[in-house]
Ligand binder design. Structure first.
Ligand SMILES: Nc1ncnc2c1ncn2[C@@H]1O[C@H](COP(=O)(O)OP(=O)(O)OP(=O)(O)O)[C@@H](O)[C@H]1O
Ligand SMILES: [Mg+2]
Length: 403
């Protein structure tokens, strides 16, 4: 066992296609492509008891990205319930293979228009749930604020096109401006500029349909608009600029957006929010099933609305207990944390001040601990080492530095 994956019994091992698909979510940011298409990774074998062996070929043995690639491969494969162990056999490319990969990387940098305006090194977290009202938006704004407060630049994309709540919860409702500007594809065209809010040492960049329409009732007119099209536009036509993290607040109970994300941004990690009750947990499994079908990784589970503690220190599990851990165990993911019920969470949402910025209470502490887990363990920022993958000369330099 390479990581401390909770054991999941009885799940069938993944197919070669499933493993390959998960490997395709692992990027070599310097070479601007995923490790499968670059010819660096292949499935060597999958045993009946769930041991997956991967054959990796690095451009050069001492590749500085090795640790990051290893962690990415392990975490993406181990989150499959049928995988019991991941082994990686590390090899080195021959001179000919290195030339081929260099040619491909140069071609990518020159010819291949990026599918979205999200930089290659941005870590993408989609906050999803099986049903509505469990606290996805509250989790999104508090994690975004916590990540920004320590100095990260964090994009927040409100994918709840009709039921947006992010503008209110972050206290940003200015209309989005558009201006003609170069994208990361080098094409100049009108692009939406995200609204910004400085948080601590970092920055939030926020986009929502709530910043395009006058009020929530006007938003109903958007019903005719295809949900996935709107999200696609937010990924393609917004000038996001540099981002360490992008947090996507998902609409309740829809598979379309997840499938669209899986197509446009296969490196998206899902965070599944559930309440502690066992019935909620059953519904949340649907979200995890969808993740599996779209080959997205579930980075972890957050239990929200856990036991309420009154001022006398007594604890009341109003919405049941144990659902978060049970869900995490069932889908083979980690429980990132439990956020208690606290009136301050709802108040903070109403006044546009995420409680991680204003409170020292247990709910704020829980959100901060989850953010720390994300930054330090589950989804750390990509180390780029000063690379610019879209610049052919930088690709050349990156590769020659490795050899
Ligand atoms: N830990 C908590 N303690 C108290 N209230 C909470 C907590 N988490 C969320 N809430 C409140 O519960 C309600 C639903 O939360 P939120 O809007 O974040 O859920 P959602 O999953 O995004 O909902 P939807 O599916 O409608 O988008 C809000 O009024 C919010 O303020
Ligand atoms: Mg919401």
């Amino acid at each position: 066992m390479t990581g401390n994956k909770p054991q999941t019994t009885g799940a069938a091992p993944p197919s070669v296609a499933e493993v390959t698909s998960r490997l395709k979510a692992v990027m070599d940011p310097e070479l601007g492509d995923n490790i499968v298409d670059l010819g660096m990774a292949a499935v060597a074998s999958i045993s009946a008891d769930g041991v997956v062996a991967i054959a990796m070929k690095l451009t050069i043995k001492g590749c500085p990205l090795r640790v990051q690639i290893k962690n990415d491969i392990e975490s993406r494969l181990e989150s499959h319930p049928g995988v019991t162990k991941v082994t990686i056999d590390w090899g080195e490319m021959t001179a000919d293979e290195r030339t081929a990969v260099m040619t491909r990387a140069r071609w990518n940098a020159r010819e291949q228009a990026p599918v979205t305006q999200i930089p290659l090194n941005t870590r993408i977290l989609a906050i999803a749930s099986g049903k509505g009202g469990v606290g996805k938006s509250s989790v999104t704004v508090n994690l975004a604020a916590a990540l920004a407060s320590v100095g990260h630049t964090v994009g927040v994309l409100d994918a709840d096109i009709w039921g947006f709540s992010i503008p209110r919860m972050l206290g940003i409702s200015d209309r989005l401006e558009a201006r003609r500007i170069d994208g990361i594809d080098g094409i100049e065209k009108p692009r939406m500029i995200p609204n910004e809010r400085v948080v601590g040492k970092g920055l939030l960049k926020v986009v929502s349909t709530g910043m395009l329409v006058e009020d929530e009732s006007t938003a109903l007119m958007w019903r005719g608009l295809m949900l996935t099209k709107a999200v696609e536009q937010f990924l393609n036509d917004v000038h996001w600029g540099e981002l360490d993290y992008l947090l996507i607040d998902m609409p309740p109970g829809t598979g379309d957006v997840q499938m669209g994300l899986a197509r446009m941004l296969p490196r998206t990690d899902l965070i599944i929010v559930t309440t502690p009750s066992v019935s909620a947990q059953k519904v949340a499994i649907r979200a995890a099933d969808m993740a599996r079908r779209s080959f997205l990784r579930v980075a972890g589970v957050i239990e929200n609305m856990s036991a309420f503690t009154c001022e006398h220190g007594e604890s009341y599990p109003l919405f049941g207990q144990g659902g978060g851990q049970a869900l995490a165990d069932e889908i083979g993911a980690v429980l990132l944390g439990q956020v208690p019920i606290e009136a301050a969470v709802a108040n903070g949402g109403d006044i546009g001040e995420p409680i991680v910025l204003t409170s020292q209470g247990p709910a704020a502490q829980a959100f901060l601990a989850i953010a720390a887990n994300i930054m330090n363990t589950t989804v750390p920022v990509t180390e780029m080492g000063g690379c610019t993958a879209r610049d052919p000369e930088a690709v050349q330099v990156a590769i020659s530095k490795r050899s």
